[in-house]
Design a protein around this ligand. Structure first.
Ligand code: DI6
Ligand code: FE
Length: 420
């Protein structure tokens, strides 16, 4: 049996297969308790996929025959993490607004005064694809260093067709620049740009809807999102965007009930949305609608924290209803300049009252579900992509408990060991 470090890295040819032994597993599927724990575990990886994950003693005899063995020396293995809601691609930063909020200005007041999302638009419009990639890479690398292997990236800081398309081209380029799975989302309905002020319908007609057709035709878009809010788009306006998405066969998701209750979650559920995100002001009727549709509630404690939002999302009601809950960074320059999914889990527990198991499921299995990738990643199960995070910890709770500490030992993406 060899040391795990002997397994070739991303640059080397991926091995046909190998066995990982002396592993402790949190499979998030079969095993003990809600985390699916296996104390003396083994994994068989073949052609980048998991062929077996479970007790070493129950591994089918011939499965690992002829494959090299690697020793994890009792380390913990979880599914690689999934950040299912980010605005990773954008120009500039907004630390000045942070200072204004410290001086007492509200997010809505800053937005109405020409700051907010619209302020990041000019900075993003100024950058070409390469510069957008260069700006996003340090943020992506911060996520990867903590064991993330799948990242959703939204457009929404271009608000004209060319820049929105450029943002998505940059997102796709990130997936070629690093060993990571990038999932793209069309979010032109994020804000109304200055040139369409008070002409929201015209903005939808001229930019959001035709741009979506183009992004789809170019293969740049995996899903469609919008911002349903008093300072952004109404449910009727979002319904137009979602109807277009449905016509193209694209799944939808929505920023809903973040700053006020608008019925966005129920609208999203009525379109069979993959997820409804934020949800601080979600009503009981909204909870019921998500439950019926099987829509994932994506909770974003980074934005809640940065805005010092007085109301937390209704975790108790979501849990009682059995709505799947995911956690994501919402990495964006305005309300969540956060690039740590580990800290996000700590915030989910401390600020929202989620359990350790909910936090870990929320950044793996449920986050994958929020992207429609539940068949591909997010658990340690035979048949899925071999996307693993290997940790130097005493137990999974330590991942949620610590703040500002990164115990990642190694990351495996599609079976290939990557530098942390
Ligand atoms: N909700 C948010 O928290 C971010 N977008 C959204 O729809 C904020 C984006 C920003 O302020 O730049
Ligand atoms: Fe967001």
């Amino acid at each position: 049996m060899q040391e795990f470090a002997a397994l070739g890295q991303a640059a080397d040819a991926p091995p046909d297969g190998y066995v990982l032994r002396r592993a402790r597993l949190a499979t998030l599927a079969g095993g003990e308790g809600p985390l699916g724990l296996v104390e003396d575990g083994a994994l068989v990886i073949r052609h980048g996929r998991i062929a077996y994950a479970g007790p070493a003693g129950a591994m089918p005899a011939n499965l690992g025959d002829g494959l090299p063995d690697y020793d994890l020396e009792g380390r913990w293995v979880t599914p690689a993490m999934v950040d299912c809601h980010t605005h990773l691609v954008h120009g500039g930063e907004r630390s000045r607004e942070f200072e204004m909020r410290l001086e007492g200005a509200s997010y809505e007041a800053i937005a109405r005064a020409g700051g907010g999302i619209v302020a990041s638009v000019a900075a993003t419009r100024a950058l070409g694809v390469e510069a957008l990639v260069a700006a996003a890479l340090p943020r992506l690398d911060a996520l990867l260093r903590e064991g993330v292997s799948t990242v959703e990236v939204k457009s929404g800081y271009g608000l004209d067709i060319d820049t929105e398309l450029r943002m998505l081209r940059a997102a796709r380029a990130l997936g070629r620049a690093r060993p990571v799975r990038i999932v793209t989302t069309w979010l032109a309905a994020h804000a109304v740009p200055a040139e369409y002020k008070n002409r929201t319908a015209a903005y939808l007609d001229a930019v959001v809807l035709p741009g979506l057709d183009r992004a789809h035709a170019e293969g740049l878009v995996d899903a469609v999102d919008g911002f349903c809010e008093g300072i952004a788009f109404s449910t009727d306006e979002i319904a137009r965007v979602f109807t277009q998405a449905r016509g193209l066969g694209l799944p939808v998701k929505l920023h809903a009930e973040q700053l006020s209750e608008r019925g966005g979650a129920a609208l999203a559920a009525s379109f069979g949305a993959l997820s409804a995100d934020h949800l601080e002001y979600l009503s009981p009727a909204g909870v019921a609608a998500l439950r019926t549709a099987g829509t994932v509630a994506v909770l974003l404690p980074g934005a809640y924290y940065a805005l010092r939002e007085p109301q937390a999302p209704p975790v108790v009601a979501l849990r009682a209803a059995g709505v799947p809950m995911a956690l994501a960074t919402d990495c964006n320059p305005g309300t969540s300049p956060l690039t740590s999914l580990l800290l996000t889990m700590n915030m989910g527990a401390t600020l929202f009252g989620m359990t350790v198991a909910e936090c870990l499921a929320g950044t793996t299995r449920e986050a994958a579900r929020a992207l429609g990738l539940q068949g591909e990643t997010g658990t340690l199960e035979a048949g899925k992509s071999a996307d693993l995070a290997i940790w130097d910890i005493n137990g999974p709770a330590e991942l949620v408990y610590r703040m500002g500490f990164n115990p990642l030992h190694a990351r495996v993406f599609k079976g290939t060991r990557c530098l942390p």
